[in-house]
Design a protein around this ligand. Structure first.
Ligand SMILES: Nc1ncnc2c1ncn2[C@@H]1O[C@H](COP(=O)(O)OP(=O)(O)OP(=O)(O)O)[C@@H](O)[C@H]1O
Ligand SMILES: [Mg+2]
Length: 261
């Protein structure tokens, strides 16, 4: 049984680039405190993955790492334990977490947030929306399907060379349409940053803040996000009307049910 510290970047001693090695050490110190290492080692013992290979993306709130499982890969998202994670959380999301844990218990909050992301990914998969399949979660660690190949993780739509914007827009409408009509969810932070691009198709990620389609904030969120997407398509040379996008994804059914009817 390897020591839990050896599960993270186990090949780091072979890294020749000294700067990269220092970078890995810094990440280890920042991300993998004792509790997080124990969570990683528990997931390894469950057979979720063998080791964490390297970071795919490091953000303020957390990092996403590529993991190896046999001859396949998985993606592992680790939320940082610390109050900064929840500074950006909108009130509507905090409101829900307040029911499951005290807002002063950061570890509990992050655990609830990780569980939420896992269950929303599961709900979206069931509805046939293209998102990474969730495999497991424990404390602040989420294990999901890796989007990419051995050469690297899929790029964010924001950074991808799109050759057929019209086909891409159709695909986005289909995915968001399924999300609203079948899963009855609104993403809440849909953007070319939270969308990966694979072979001309979109994969939606970062879903923890999604809300039910009937939520009072849902209509405002979907309108805002589709307006931004319309602007993004505009920059690719495709004119799309955000109101039409909203209608096509089933936006009429988003928002609190009309009262008194
Ligand atoms: N399943 C996955 N497969 C491959 N890469 C992924 C996967 N999930 C996330 N990523 C990569 O990690 C990045 C961050 O993921 P995500 O958006 O879920 O986290 P975040 O907390 O919002 O981080 P950030 O603040 O950097 O956006 C993504 O932009 C993407 O590049
Ligand atoms: Mg993100």
């Amino acid at each position: 049984m390897p020591k839990s510290e050896d599960l993270v970047f186990p090949r780091r001693e072979h890294v020749e680039d000294r700067r990269k090695e220092l970078g890995h050490r810094k990440l280890l110190d920042e991300f993998f405190d004792h509790a997080t290492l124990l969570a990683v080692s528990r997931l390894v013992n469950q057979g979720q993955f063998d080791s964490l290979d390297h970071p795919i993306s490091i953000g303020k709130e957390g990092g996403v790492f590529r993991a190896t499982k046999g001859d396949a890969f998985r993606a592992v998202k680790v939320y940082r334990i610390g109050n900064t994670t929840f500074r950006r959380l909108p009130d509507y999301a905090l409101e829900e977490l307040r029911h499951v844990t005290s807002l002063r218990n950061f570890a509990g909050l992050i655990s609830a947030w990780t569980r939420r992301e896992h269950s929303i990914l599961g709900r979206l998969c069931e509805a046939g929306v293209r998102v990474p399949r969730p495999f497991a979660h424990f404390r602040n660690v989420l294990v999901m399907e890796y989007v990419g190949d051995a050469a690297g993780a899929a790029p964010r739509l924001r950074d991808a060379p799109v050759d057929d914007p019209a086909a891409l827009c159709e695909d986005l409408v289909a995915q968001v349409g399924r999300m609203i009509r079948t899963a009855r969810l609104v993403h809440g932070d849909l953007s070319p940053y939270n969308t990966l691009y694979v072979d001309g198709h979109v994969v939606l990620i970062d879903v923890a803040q999604a809300v039910g389609a009937e939520h009072p904030a849902a209509r405002r969120l979907i309108e805002r996000d589709l307006t931004n997407f319309a602007r993004f398509f505009g920059r690719l040379g495709l004119t799309v009307d955000p109101t039409e996008l909203l209608a096509r994804v089933g936006g009429d059914s988003v928002g609190p049910p009309a009262s008194g009817s």
